[in-house]
Design a protein around this ligand. Structure first.
Ligand code: TYD
Ligand code: MG
Length: 457
């Protein structure tokens, strides 16, 4: 095979050069030159060529449907997020911030595949073989089908993989791999892209599934996973807060399954434990009703999780009032505060307002709006919200409560956990309710507050 030639291309103006430079001489952008394989285009005629290989389009019906074989770990949360198991020959990227548990997740998965009789090659460019073995011992699954290796030269790794012939190759991480043909350092944009392209070709030609780990910084901007998303078949994201044990595995892209699924885990001393029934995960520490605390139900993938939202409104000691949101969108908190000021005459002008989602959970759904507003009012007026009440609803700028998806599922899970009264947007429910359950349908925030704080409204 002829060696590819490489050149540097400016990502902002397209300037091409054979040498790397810190600053583009054409447009003046800093650090914008990225190494790329040179493309040799031969001009060709589109008239029929004699003896040329014929590629013919087909009708859809004539293409035989093959049932995808799937490799199963037995970690149900993991298999489900992949769409029911790993597809042979697929390239999967697992992204996440450093220290969140990516290596633990994939080593555990590798060990389980091994225990099921599949040969696995785990290549670490970050940790020594001893470190990896130590971690494997902590995870507890014993198997001789998982081989570990510390290496960073991608060509050497792929040669070895061809000898070993595993069903599955795990690369930890793409940022430590390098392609010796390139001049730039491992982890640079060009390296990350070229190495992924090589792995993609390797996976497709050998049928070996490749799992890649990629580090993402908090804003997701570094040379890494974001830029690879279009190349790989599946993009998984591992999320969580390192100060808590709660972790979520999400599919951001999946060519072989849905992106609605998410897997929920807890990081324990013996590795990641699956949480098959997450609904009540965050409710354990709650004792009695206190002001400034309310429970809502948020969807994580297809499953509701009941979450405590806390609000604190306190007098500003001096200067500008502060607003802080942990686990919830800061701008939405400001919007909700403006709505409370405008429609309910609550003065936040001299008060600090804090919103906190308990347990390290991050809420991206507007369905929690009404609960956030209720938590703030509860704190400002010192009115506790009943412990067995669930509050759901999106809030609009005119103070209306809007419908949210999957209300029935949210209510059902809360019923199972002993909740008895529900403040929800005005919508019809297809749900059989046991006796003694109160459902309060509300159209506006004013109606909601009357239902939540009946004494004073
Ligand atoms: P790791 O998988 O190394 O993170 P990443 O590869 O995403 O950088 O996991 C790091 C953290 O997980 C580390 O701080 C220790 C913790 N951990 C446990 O709590 N239990 C375990 O069994 C293992 C292996 C790790
Ligand atoms: Mg790691």
């Amino acid at each position: 095979m002829a060696k590819a030639k490489y050149r540097f291309v400016c990502q902002s103006c397209g300037y091409v050069t054979s040498k790397w430079m810190g600053k583009c001489p054409e447009c003046g952008a800093w650090d914008s030159l990225v190494e790329e394989a040179e493309v040799t285009t031969k001009s060709r005629s589109y008239l029929p060529i004699e003896g040329a290989e014929k590629i013919k389009p087909k009708t859809i019906a004539s293409v035989a449907q093959v049932k995808l074989e799937r490799l199963i770990t037995g970690i149900r949360e993991f298999d489900r997020v992949l769409g029911g198991g790993l597809v042979p020959g697929s390239l999967v990227l697992l992204g996440g911030t450093p220290g969140i548990g990516k290596s633990t997740m994939l080593l555990d998965a590798g060990l389980r595949y091994g225990a099921k009789g599949l040969k696995v090659l785990y290549v670490s460019g970050e940790e020594s073989e001893e470190q990896t073995a130590l971690r494997a011992a902590r995870l507890g699954t014993k198997t001789d089908n998982l081989l570990i290796m510390t290496a960073t030269d991608l060509d050497a790794i792929l040669l070895e993989a061809q000898v070993v012939q595993p069903k599955l190759l795990i690369i930890d991480s793409i940022q430590t791999m390098y392609n010796a043909e390139l001049q730039t350092a491992a982890g640079s944009v060009g390296q990350v892209r070229e190495c992924t392209a090589k792995l993609l070709q390797f996976a497709k030609t050998t049928g070996i599934a490749v799992l890649l780990i990629g580090h993402v910084t908090k804003d997701g901007t570094i040379a890494g996973p974001r830029l690879l998303e279009h190349m790989v078949d599946v993009v998984l994201q591992f999320e969580g807060d390192r100060s808590y044990s709660f972790r979520v595995l999400r599919a951001l892209k999946n060519r072989f399954g849905s992106t609605n699924e998410s897997g929920i885990f807890s990081m324990e001393a013996g590795g990641l434990q699956e949480i098959a029934n997450p609904a009540g995960l965050f409710l354990e520490e709650r004792e009695q009703a206190v002001s400034g605390s309310v429970i809502t139900a948020c969807m994580e993938g297809n499953r509701p999780i009941l979450t405590e939202i806390q609000g604190l409104v306190a007098r500003t000691p001096f200067g500008m009032p502060r607003r802080t949101a942990v686990g919830f969108d800061y701008n939405r908190v400001n919007m909700l505060i403006a709505i409370l000021e405008r429609h309910f005459g609550i003065d936040f002008g001299t008060s600090d307002a804090y919103v906190n989602v308990v347990g390290g959970m991050k809420i991206a759904e507007p369905a929690a709006d009404l609960a956030v507003a209720a938590a703030l009012v509860s704190s400002a007026r010192n009115l506790p919200i009943p412990k067995n009440m669930l509050v759901i609803g999106e809030v609009g700028l005119t103070g209306e409560v809007r419908r949210v998806s999957a209300v029935e599922r949210r209510i059902q899970d809360a019923l199972n956990l002993g909740f008895t009264s529900f403040v929800i947007p005005n919508s019809r429910l297809q749900l059989e309710l046991p006796a003694g359950i109160k459902i309060l349908r509300v159209k506006t925030v004013a109606q909601a507050f009357q239902a939540i704080f009946p004494k004073r409204g």
